[in-house]
Design a binder for this molecule. Structure first.
Ligand code: DGL
Length: 268
C-alpha cells in the first residue's frame, strides 16, 4: 500500500475526464490535479514546447510527492511519449492505452481519431493505429482545433448554438461515414460527447482516451501493490483562472466542494 497521492494534469479542464474516471475506479486514493490553463491551449504549440511543458508539469506534480502521474492530455501524450516514459516517477499518457483499445475494436470498417492539431499533425495517433490495424482498415484523423478552447470557456451544452456550429464545422468532412469507432483523442472532447453524437449519429461508438489512460494507471498501481487506502479531499492547482475552474469542476466531479489553489505560469 502507498498512500501518496496520484497526480493528474492537462492544459485545462479536459483532464478532469481522466480524473473522474480514476476517482470512480480507485475511490480510496488521494488526488492532485494540475490545470495549466494559464498556458492553454496546448494544441497549436510546436513539438519542442510541448515536450518541455510535459516535463515542467510532471516536475510540478512531483514537487508535491506524488507516487504516479497521469498525463490526461492527448496532445502531451503524443508529443512527449519519450519524456513521459523516461520520467523517474511512474507516468502514463493516454496515447498507448487508447491505441490498444481502438486496435481491439472488432470489424474491418473505418476508425476515426478526433484530436488537437498537434496530435493529428504528429501522426502519433493515426500512423500508430494504421500500423496496429494493418492496411485493410481505413484510419481517419480529424483535427478539431476549436473544440478545446470553446470547452475551456465553459460552453459544453449540446443545445448551445456555438457548440453545435463548432462541431458541425469540424466534423463536416466525416459526416455520413459509418465508423466502427471514433476515438476522442483529446480529453476535453468528452464534455461535448452529446453534440458529437448529434452530428455523427446517436449510435456511433465513442471511445475516450482519458478513460483508457485511467485504466492503464489503475492496472499499473494494482500490479505493483501501489494502491492507496487513505482518502483525502483532492487538491486542485490552476495556473489560470481559479474561479472559472471551480465553477466547471465542482458540478462535473460531484465529489464535494472544489477549491482551486493558484499555480504559477511556468516559462517555457
Ligand atoms: N486536453 C488536451 C488534449 O487532450 C489539450 C487541449 C489543448 O490544450 O489544446 O489534447
Amino acid at each position: 500500500m502507498d498512500t501518496r497521492p496520484i497526480g493528474v494534469y492537462d492544459s485545462g479542464v479536459g483532464g478532469l475526464t481522466g480524473l473522474r474516471a480514476l476517482m470512480r475506479m480507485l475511490p480510496d486514493e488521494n488526488y492532485l490535479y494540475f490545470s495549466d490553463s494559464g498556458r492553454m491551449p496546448y494544441g497549436p504549440r510546436p513539438l519542442g514546447d510541448l515536450r518541455r511543458i510535459a516535463v515542467q508539469d510532471m516536475d510540478y506534480l512531483a514537487s508535491f510527492g506524488v507516487k504516479a502521474i497521469l498525463a490526461a492530455c492527448g496532445t502531451i501524450s503524443s508529443a512527449a511519449k519519450e519524456e513521459i516514459g523516461a520520467y523517474p516517477i511512474p507516468a502514463f499518457g493516454v496515447l498507448t492505452p487508447a491505441l490498444d483499445a481502438m486496435a481491439a475494436v472488432p470489424g474491418d470498417g473505418p476508425l476515426a481519431v478526433l484530436a488537437t492539431a498537434a496530435s493529428i499533425r504528429s501522426g502519433e495517433f493515426t500512423e500508430a493505429l494504421r500500423k496496429k490495424c494493418g492496411m485493410c482498415r481505413e484510419i481517419v484523423g480529424v483535427s478539431c482545433p476549436e473544440f478545446a478552447p470553446l470547452i475551456e470557456s465553459g460552453r459544453i451544452r449540446r443545445s448551445d448554438p456555438a457548440v453545435q456550429e463548432c462541431v458541425q464545422r469540424a466534423l463536416k468532412p466525416v459526416r455520413g461515414i459509418k465508423f466502427d469507432a471514433i476515438l476522442l483523442g483529446c480529453t476535453h472532447y468528452g464534455f461535448i460527447e452529446d453534440a458529437i453524437r448529434d452530428c455523427l449519429g446517436e449510435d456511433v461508438k465513442l471511445m475516450s482516451a482519458a478513460d483508457c489512460g485511467a485504466r492503464a494507471l489503475r492496472d499499473y498501481l494494482a500490479a505493483h501493490e501501489l494502491t492507496g487506502g487513505e482518502r483525502h479531499a483532492p487538491r486542485y492547482f490552476v495556473s489560470g483562472d481559479t474561479s472559472a475552474f471551480e465553477a466547471f469542476a465542482e458540478p462535473y466531479l460531484q465529489a464535494g466542494p472544489v477549491h482551486a489553489e493558484q499555480a504559477p505560469i511556468m516559462e517555457i
